[in-house]
Design a protein around this ligand. Structure first.
Ligand code: ZN
Ligand code: ZN
Length: 769
């Protein structure tokens, strides 16, 4: 039977550039004996082919089924064209139009092929710390502009040698158009600078020398992919304690890097999903349960049952962990910064800012254009639960179930990320950090400028949090005025719920029951919200129920010295401040009288319905902790001690009518006090508290379902990082036949708020058009 020749034009969108897509198409076309061409445009990849109809169909299927590992195909549009009678298949020159854009790949961990070459003495890149290919290496952190081409990256200053240029130009080579391609002859190099010695060491000995210093208990600043790490031997108590002292970080946990999964299994429990995440191309920090605690210094993560651990993700890391005269133990690898400042990225900047922190610097001369911290995830029900979404993930977009106008969403105050949107994409930024100093604000502003340039976005609306004192809010309002862009204020918890809906692919036109539990968010009535049940779609919300408010004596002082919020809750519950109670003991007589006055007068005691603060109060009454050194610390430690076998639950009272429904915690506070007084261990109290919260959530959701006929529940807000609470609540809600949405792509904490702000602003714009 004769085969009729037909022609097809194929347009592919998604992450399809800088990931070896054209060579893949070339290889595929050759395999199927097709003629035509493939070409990068600034909106994706275009293909034109002639062949028999049947073969072309197979070709199209293979395009998505066999796509290279880093590619992420969003859409393949196929249209018929007249066959052109091509005589061969070619890779054509890129064409770029001014306004086109496309998603950019995140930075990707070293691939297996490159790892093999790295340790092959016969390879010309043997032990070269910057080996990479189209399947791995830096992307986002080195890109200054699009199209993604070497002159627009921080590799521009390195001229390729003849051998590298040959690989770069060969469509059948793994390094075809790998923009950061380099070798020891032509690419970047490392060197070591020891403090006070300034002089550059030799590249060949820098890594061995670094290992010697680490084995010796020294702290070394190591330049990585998205910024500097401070590294030290995690098994060396004195070294870790010294790092804490220098960083001014009392007990916030440090992340670890270990040579291999086998090495991590020495001190952490691990299931298959956790192992897969550790080894994934994103290589995040994975939170794992500790075991054999004696192996790792207790100063690494005091008061925690988990450790944050990652595997090496750059060739430089791999070399650091190679067995040698100074075989390294697991290393602490914490952000190279002083307390809450942004992570250092520049050599000169690091040498000054980190001078008081590090004994030596392992530097290199490939510039980092965008600062990008390590990502943090945990595994829940076999899937990823992001805690911090940054390196390896950003700027990969969240695909929205609808098209949106260009929007900039400024995000929140703590764990800030921002978000820009275009077409069907929401580009949620890398982790910016807590916006409490000038350096972080600067980093935020640079990030916004960069994203707008990278994705060719000129915002038509700016979305912001209602809190008037948030730095991101002030930026949004100033920018709105300066550039004459309309601004839309979005309530904090509404944004949380919208983020959860968006990442679950909901259109946002149908209301859900949103359960937003977190530490702090500005409420419509000017009080601090955080224990909220809302009936929300992506246009608006109704506050359907909330935790009863209590005064927060001293405002911020009470979020740090948590016994103050405990005192407030005790007063609220009618429990006398007797001196057998831990929070009463923690406060001096003078402070108690100040707190009492603040509660009575309401002066410097804003009202709050925050669930985070209720956790703080109960943890304080159980004497888990009376003051915290980082946000959420008391709640995290309280969760860690909850006894999984305890089934009893404290009972919250649910009061009011449909219009005034509220959750009363007084009976819970009284029950906690009674248990503590009768010597019930904190592990049991913690379990009963978690169980009680889960039951309360189900009860409120059932009431709302009865009244409104809503059956879908979205859980969002930082409290839902608490997997003990999440597991129990999900169990109860599912048993009651609710459809429940949780976070899998963006963090439930404030790191995800910008996505929700953007989605809400998009809906409001659509309504106005
Ligand atoms: Zn590679
Ligand atoms: Zn070279």
């Amino acid at each position: 039977m004769p085969q009729y020749l037909v022609g097809k034009h194929i347009h592919i969108t998604g992450v399809v550039q800088g990931v070896g897509f054209r060579p893949f198409v070339y290889g595929l076309a050759t395999r199927y004996g097709l003629r035509g061409w493939v070409c990068n445009t600034s909106a994706g990849v275009d293909i034109e082919v002639d062949g028999s109809s049947e073969v072309l169909d197979q070709f199209v299927v293979a395009l998505s089924n066999e796509a290279p590992p880093l590619a992420h195909v969003d859409a393949i549009e196929v249209s018929d064209v007249t066959p052109d009678g091509w005589t061969e298949f070619t890779i054509r020159q890129s064409v770029a139009r001014a306004d086109d854009f496309m998603p950019i790949s995140p930075d990707i961990a070293l691939c297996d092929d490159c790892r093999r070459e790295l340790f092959d003495p016969n390879d010309r890149r043997y032990r070269y710390p910057f080996i990479n290919c189209t399947n791995c290496g830096p992307r986002f952190t080195i890109i200054k502009n699009i199209p993604y081409d070497r002159p627009f990256t921080t590799m521009a200053q390195f001229d390729m040698c003849v051998d590298c240029a040959k690989e770069y130009a060969d469509p059948l080579n793994r390094r075809f158009h790998a923009q950061p391609v380099a070798c020891p002859k032509c690419g970047p190099a490392v060197w070591l600078e020891e403090k006070g010695q300034g002089a550059k060491g030799e590249a060949s000995t820098a890594i061995e020398e670094t290992r010697r210093l680490l084995a010796d208990g020294k702290i070394v600043a190591v330049k990585g992919l998205g910024g500097f790490h401070l590294a030290c031997d995690a098994t060396n108590d004195a070294a870790v304690a010294e790092l804490r002292r220098r960083k001014g970080r009392v007990d916030k946990p440090f992340a670890l890097m270990a040579a291999s999964v086998e090495s991590i299994e020495q001190f952490c429990e691990m299931n298959d999903e956790e192992r897969a995440l550790l080894e994934s191309k994103e290589r995040p920090i994975v939170l794992l349960h500790k075991k054999n605690v004696a192996l790792i210094s207790p100063h690494v993560a005091p008061g925690q049952t988990t450790l944050g651990v990652m595997l090496p993700y750059t060739p430089l890391h791999e070399l650091l962990f190679q067995p040698s005269a100074f075989s390294p133990q697991p290393l602490v690898m914490t952000s190279g910064n002083i307390s809450e400042e942004p992570i250092a990225t520049d050599n000169a900047e690091a040498l000054t800012r980190l001078a008081v922190l590090a004994d030596a610097f392992l530097l290199h001369n490939r510039d980092i254009h965008v600062r990008c911290d390590d990502s943090v995830v945990r595994v829940f029900e076999g899937k990823e639960l992001p805690i911090r979404r940054s390196r390896g993930y950003a700027p990969y977009p969240v695909k929205l179930p609808f098209n949106v106008r260009p929007i900039l969403a400024a995000g929140g105050e703590l764990k800030n990320t921002f978000c820009v949107t275009r077409d069907g994409y929401a580009f949620l930024s890398h982790h910016i950090g807590d916006m409490e100093n000038y350096e972080t604000l600067k980093s935020f502003e640079e990030g916004v400028t960069h994203f707008e340039r990278l994705f060719r976005i000129r915002p038509e609306v700016i979305a912001y949090d209602l809190h008037p004192n948030y730095m991101a809010t002030r930026y949004a309002l100033e920018r709105s005025e300066q550039d004459n862009i309309p601004a839309i204020g979005v309530q904090h918890h509404h944004a949380h719920i919208a983020a959860c809906m968006a990442e679950n692919g909901l259109s946002g036109d149908r209301p859900v029951i949103g359960v937003a539990f977190d530490g702090t968010g500005y409420g419509l009535d000017g009080s601090i919200w955080g224990g909220e049940f809302m009936i929300a779609d992506c246009r608006g919300f109704e506050r359907a129920a909330h935790l009863d408010t209590v005064p927060l004596p001293g405002g911020d002082a009470a979020t740090k010295r948590v016994y103050r919020i405990a005192l407030s809750y005790l007063r609220h519950a009618g429990v006398e401040w007797a001196d057998d109670l831990a929070p009463v003991i923690a406060a001096s007589a003078i402070e108690r009288s100040v707190v009492a006055k603040q509660i009575e007068s309401g002066m410097n005691a804003p009202l709050t319905s925050s669930m985070g603060r209720l956790f703080d109060a109960v943890a304080s009454i159980c004497n888990v902790r009376q003051s915290v050194n980082y946000e959420g610390q008391a709640a995290i430690e309280f969760e860690a001690m909850a006894d999984p076998n305890e089934c009893d639950a404290y009972r919250f009272e649910i009061g009011g009518t449909r219009a005034t429904r509220h959750v009363d915690a007084r009976s819970v506070i009284r029950a906690v006090v009674a248990d503590v007084r009768s010597g019930v261990p904190a592990s049991i109290v913690a379990a009963r508290f978690h169980n009680g919260l889960a039951a309360m959530v189900r009860e409120v959701c059932e009431t709302i379902r009865r009244e409104r006929g809503l059956n879908e529940v979205a859980l969002s807000g930082g409290v839902w990082q608490n997997v003990t609470l999440l597991r129990r609540t999900l169990g109860l809600l599912r048993a009651a036949d609710f459809v429940v949405y949780t976070h899998r792509l963006v963090p439930p904490n404030d790191g995800g708020v910008a996505l929700g702000q953007a989605v809400i602003a998009a809906h409001q714009m659509r309504d106005e058009m």
